[in-house]
Design a protein around this ligand. Structure first.
Ligand SMILES: [Mn+2]
Length: 334
């Protein structure tokens, strides 16, 4: 990996390239930003005179905080003519760039490189050099591994960012890889682990917290054999409430949200073990129910939602409504 990176550096030096743009996927996440900042630092280590800028068509809400915390500038107005070479970081195709390239010819006659951990895309065959390895849990881990292999020391903020990138994409080490622990250990020599954890914590609004607590208080529990099922109602944040109910131990959580004048949203969450035990797919159940109730619905195996523009024949009284919805869903499960 270090060897491949050295090839890129030699290439940049030979061509006397001094203006580089690092391109990130739309809705850039913590891994995208962190790996790009790490890459920038790495390139600067070998070629101090080069100027490097980060581009993403949009940031996700968490990354906004991350950028202001670490004073990182990410631009959304890329002019290809202004740069001599491009790095794709945490992304390996043009589609994921969103509107960054829009109506511009890419890359023209300019070189570009890809550093990524996502599955293969044929676009990457066009790159001058690639470092693409799906066995790494994040692009941040790839960049950190190059630092680790080369023994280059890291500034504190870069090491902390890379820690945050690794923790974010690995879902706090739920998804691991061959090098993740040695690389993390290496980064903690320079960075601040506690700070990396805290920048990843998303602040939860007061209204969401209130909705969660009310949702818990109003939950009606039903025990069927060893299964614990809960149904509750809130006026908003129904999916967050359903998630909270499963996180405290409910196997299946159903949360209804009645909207004015007669709209109804239903959020469903269940434990993986519950879906497996009953061979169910909540997305499929939501879809089926939405067809019979006259709305839209769908989702995944353990998380789904139903949206009814009109409550129709369902009871208006909230308690009766909850019982009716519970019955409809349980009929699909048992
Ligand atoms: Mn990533």
């Amino acid at each position: 990996m270090l060897q491949e990176f050295r090839k890129i550096i030699s290439f940049l030096k030979e061509r006397k390239i001094i203006k580089i743009a690092i391109l990130l996927h739309q809705n850039a996440d913590a891994d995208a930003i962190a790996s790009a900042m790490g890459l920038k630092e790495l390139i600067h280590h070998f070629i101090p005179s080069v100027s490097i800028q980060l581009f993403a068509s949009s940031l996700n809400s968490l990354t906004g905080n991350l950028c202001s915390h670490f004073k990182i500038n990410v631009y959304d107005n890329l002019i290809i003519d202004d740069y001599e070479a491009f790095f794709f970081c945490d992304v390996n195709n043009l589609l994921q760039l969103g509107e960054l390239i829009l109506n511009q010819e890419f890359p023209g006659d300019k070189p570009f490189f890809i550093i990524d951990h996502h599955s293969f895309h044929e676009f990457s065959e066009r790159a001058d050099f690639t470092i693409i390895d799906q066995s790494f849990s994040s692009a941040s881990e790839i960049i950190s591994y190059i630092f680790y292999q080369s023994g280059i020391s890291l500034p504190k903020n870069i090491a902390t960012l890379l820690l945050a990138g690794i923790m974010s994409d690995s879902r706090r080490f739920l998804i691991t890889s061959k090098h993740i622990f040695e690389v993390t250990n290496f980064l903690t020599k320079y960075g601040d682990y506690e700070q990396a954890l805290s920048v990843l914590a998303t602040p939860v609004s007061l209204s969401e917290r209130v909705a969660k607590i009310k949702g818990m208080q109003r939950a009606i529990l039903k025990k069927i054999d060893d299964d614990l099922i809960a149904i509750s109602h809130v006026s908003s944040f129904e999916s967050a409430v359903a998630r909270s109910l499963t996180s405290v131990g409910t196997d299946l959580a159903i949360v209804v949200s009645k909207q004015k004048p007669s709209q109804l949203r239903i959020s469903l969450r269940c434990k993986k073990s519950f879906a497996k035990k009953h061979s169910i797919d909540l997305g499929e159940i939501a879809y089926q129910l939405s067809l019979s109730l006259g709305g839209t619905g769908g989702g995944h195996i353990t998380a789904a939602g139903i949206n009814l523009p009109n409550i129709g024949d369902l009871p208006n009284d909230i308690d009766k409504l909850k019982h009716e919805v519970l019955k409809l869903i349980l009929d699909k499960v048992y």
